[in-house]
Design a protein around this ligand. Sequence first.
Ligand code: KG4
Ligand code: ZN
Length: 396
Amino acid sequence: MLIKTILAIETSCDETSASVLQVNPRGEPRANLKVKVLSSVVYSQVLTHRKTQGVVPEVAAREHSVKIIPVIKKALLDAQIVLKQSSLSRKEFISKHIDYIAVTTNPGLFGSLMVGVETAKTLSYLYNKPIIPVNHIHGHLASVLTEKLTSQTGLDKKAQKVLFPMITLTVSGGHTNLVLSKKLGDYQIVGKTLDDAAGEAFDKIAKMLDLDYPGGVEVARIADQYQQEVVSSKYYVLSEDKRIPHNISPIIHNTDFNFPRPVLHSHDFNFSFSGLKTAVYYQLRKMDKRCIKIMQGYICYEAQKAIVEVLVAKTLKAAEKYQVKTVGLAGGVASNFFLRKKLKFKIKNLKLKIALSVAPKELCTDNATMIALSAGIDLYLGRNIKSWERVVASSN
Ligand code: KG4
Ligand code: ZN
């Protein structure tokens, strides 16, 4: 079988990542798409951005420029080991074994994207390898197909018929989209956020609560812990008693925060999370610091519930309207346990028989493997192969 090898680069936000992946290109055999991930390296800038409690674009771009070459070198070395080609120099390996360079070109932070794109273009020029430019969202969408693409049988025509049409919720710090795919490689946005992304809402609520960066993970952790304590009935009732232990999350009687579920009942598939963020802000303004600390678990739990409820409801509504066979879930927020659980439960209880396909946890937050997967799909479909002169970074 004729196999092609892709070196992929991702630098759209605050992860510097490179990955090497093998794919059977178009026609080999024609009806089957199968991939093998040879390496996947992700350098996260999270510790840098913790100092400012958020990504400063200029700082992110500078850090990408420092890390990009070491990250690519490591991805190549790991791939060489898998392919038993360690005796080759890195240059020889690229010349002999890499066929295409894939890179995230948009959307994202412009300075960050530029680092990846210019590196990819330089490699393309030096080694005479074509570029496959990849839309970052398409990368997240491709990550949902990981299990199928890497399976023994791959994604053959029969499997594609079972899978599509598919609706995928891509939910992260920068975007919240519902994307309809009628077939492999077809992407139609049917819903998007009108303001903040879901991950952004998680992060902003975390900031208001003075939680560690990145906030989404912390809000989820505290919310899940609170839920477990409630489920196992280890709760205390908040009363006039100011001596309630700080380490125990109380259930608050007669206190219903009733956070809004924005645009839950609108007739489209769009989302909005800025109202929720504002509601949390006004709620917190009514409370003193100690009370916020005591009720932190409850606040995180209620906020997570509000976000997840809207995400799940809109996804299922779109799934029913477009009569899909599969619901996909991808992006940073897709690693949220409560969201995964709720979506699974609701889909199971639908009258329609719909499958759920979730991106593997390690491919939920930004990474180059999902970019390589998307490029693999393009290669299989025989499209989007460019010379370096025609590749540009764009923030949109
Ligand atoms: O996909 P991603 O790495 O970057 C973007 O493309 O934006 O997603 C990062 C986002 C952040 O907002 C982060 O707080 C959120 O995903 N996130 C989570 C969880 N893990 C990451 N949000 C809620 N629950 C989680 N477990
Ligand atoms: Zn992303």
